[in-house]
Design a binder for this molecule. Sequence first.
Ligand code: NI
Length: 253
Amino acid sequence: MIFDSHAHYDDESFNEDRDELLNLILPQKGVTGIINCASDFESIAKTIELSEKYPFLYAALGIHPECAARLPENWFEVLKEGLKREKTVALGEIGLDYYWEDSCPRDIQKEVFIKQMELAKELDIPVIIHDRDAHGDTLEILKKYKPKGVVHCFSGSVEMAREVIKLGMYIGMGGVVTFKNARHSVEVMKEIPLEKLLLETDAPYLSPVPMRGKRNDSSLIPYAAAKIGELRGLSATEILEISRNNVKELFGI
Ligand code: NI
């Protein structure tokens, strides 16, 4: 009973076998739900299309910080329309990425992020937050807007996790927790209340050990679930079930 709270099946690495995976292979392997997150402007339309085609796939629509510098003039209207669709469950992924600030300067990232945070408030829709090397500024904006939502692929400290949870938000975790150098993620997974955990892949990226470096997909979530279960004295199945309930609760699915 796998629910993947964050994946990118519109990515070109799925061009060869996307339909086979989503129609056949993933359901056979126990995947019962997926949230596909748009990243750039083009993937908004692609994500909507996928959500119309596959009953168990839901849409999250938003502009990733890395792409915030190259947007058409009508991006905001297109996004807003998409968010009103029945199968759109979140605004995301949005946030700050100072690792990629060469692709998009910080001030533009912030401007586009804040505009989308205000839209989420207006439409009362949960957000999916991307934060890479930008913990301080991300947290500041989250504290100001207090959105419903999740910080996906959480890479902050235990202290930051506590702050995020205090805001009522969820912590997204995937393959990274299985990595050898995942000290922060392991500490965070030992500490957080499990009712705030969302499992995710970020497929096609961040495959768990022992598949690290290969293309990721939602059927590989049990590796992360097993690792978190080990840290918490629970089975992988129990962790999968807790996360699935949390996903449904947050996104109203
Ligand atoms: Ni992502």
